[in-house]
Design a protein around this ligand. Structure first.
Ligand SMILES: [Zn+2]
Length: 59
């Protein structure tokens, strides 16, 4: 229980750069960096994994 701090993997997700090619959101990277400094799949061009409803809190 003491080791629960590491929940975000350091490796960024693998985007499909073919889809990201013409994307203005990620500039062709397929990933975007959140304000927390984490890499996420670009929501604009990447289909991404289907996330459950237990999702991230949005303001
Ligand atoms: Zn994109």
């Amino acid at each position: 229980m003491a080791h629960g701090a590491h929940r975000s993997p350091l490796l960024p997700p693998r985007p499909d750069v073919t889809l990201a090619r013409d994307c203005e959101q990620c500039l062709g990277w397929g990933t975007v960096v959140t304000r927390d400094g984490h890499h996420e799949l670009c929501h604009a061009c990447q289909p991404g994994p289907a996330r459950g409803e237990s999702g991230s809190p949005r303001p």
